[in-house]
Design a protein around this ligand. Structure first.
Ligand SMILES: C[S@@+](CC[C@H](N)C(=O)[O-])C[C@H]1O[C@@H](n2cnc3c(N)ncnc32)[C@H](O)[C@@H]1O
Length: 307
């Protein structure tokens, strides 16, 4: 039997009683170290569970063979930070278990997908969740912005999950054929905001060049830019930064996109929310407690006033 067990967002003690009993009675215990992390290390988990915990990196999680082979002949717990079905990766593991005839059960727990409501925005009025990937010298993915705009146009909030890179092999080590790994990286709200600001700035620069294009291309470009312009200027675009949700040192900040780019919300993990353009008055009232300055509070009030 394969048990997919959510271990919550913060402390070892966040595991459910049922989850803990299953972990303690399993022959092997794996911890997904690829899609999310707990700020406490593996040692504290092992101490609390009274069981050795094997770290599952990206290959082990995505291929799933080692885990599924073990679960074919014994009880295996696969631990996921948050809820086990809060990331598509684990739904995939469950489907592959089924295909191989390995029975599985899910033990749910708190997830960032629900904890985001701590900022006061209603879960019912969130649209599609997006993932913001790190940019590098060769790739600057931006498809998340179009999804965000789709939500915005329907007056829905957008939860942006921010990239995590663990055990990424360095380019030199790949060339040598002997992998060595980069230090882990976790995207902060300020880096996500900088990438978003860069895309919005590119949109206004591109607008100046639209006249140089053939009519049909220019019309398409103008349409795309006009959509993006809804999010400008960045000094008036309300955002919410959320750091370490569910932890005693959780931090939530409601301020403009321009401001969040220079705010330090502390250690990972971070998520960023772009609220819908028009907030429900109750959402605005709840959210206002996370406005650090009068200017931030005025921005929240303006979103409610525009209903
Ligand atoms: C793939 S999702 C993890 C989903 C997880 N299984 C769950 O249910 O919460 C990973 C991303 O969620 C966000 N995240 C996870 N835990 C968080 C937390 N405690 N506070 C803020 N953001 C968090 C971060 O953006 C992180 O990169």
């Amino acid at each position: 039997m394969l048990y997919l067990i959510g271990i919550g967002l913060s402390d070892p003690e966040d595991v459910t009683v049922r989850g803990l009993e299953l972990i303690r009675s399993s022959a092997r215990v794996f911890l997904d170290a690829y899609t999310s992390i707990l700020s406490v290390g593996k040692d504290r988990l092992e101490e609390f569970y009274g069981r050795p915990v094997e770290l599952a990196d990206r290959d082990l999680v995505e291929q799933g063979d080692v885990i599924l082979a073990a679960a074919q002949s014994a009880d295996v717990s696969f631990l996921v930070v948050g809820d086990p079905l809060g990331a598509t990766t684990h739904a995939d593991l469950a489907m592959r278990a089924r295909q191989r005839g390995v029975a599985y059960r899910v033990v749910h727990n708190a997830s960032v997908l629900t904890a985001v409501a701590s900022c006061g925005l209603q879960l019912y009025t969130f649209g599609e969740t997006v993932s913001v990937p790190f940019w590098d010298a060769v790739s600057r993915p931006s498809s998340f912005l179009d999804k965000l705009l789709g939500n915005w146009e329907r007056n829905l909030h957008t939860l942006c999950l921010l990239d995590i890179r663990v055990r990424e092999p360095t380019m030199e080590s790949l060339l040598r054929g002997r992998p060595e790994f980069e230090p882990p990286r976790f995207m902060s709200c300020s880096v996500a905001a900088e990438q978003l600001l860069a895309l919005l700035a590119e949109a206004s620069a591109a607008e100046d060049n639209a006249d140089l294009l053939a009519d049909s291309d220019a019309a398409e470009l103008r349409n795309r830019l006009n959509r993006r312009k809804q999010l400008s200027p960045p000094e008036r675009l309300l955002t919410v930064g959320l750091a370490r949700l569910g932890s005693p040192d959780e931090r939530i900040a409601a301020c403009s996109l321009a401001d969040i780019a220079s705010r330090d919300l502390g250690p990972p993990l971070h998520s960023l929310v772009v609220p819908a353009p028009r907030l429900h008055p109750v959402e605005a009232e709840f959210l206002r407690q996370f406005a650090d300055t009068e200017a931030d509070a005025a921005l929240v009030d303006a979103s409610a006033a525009e209903r």
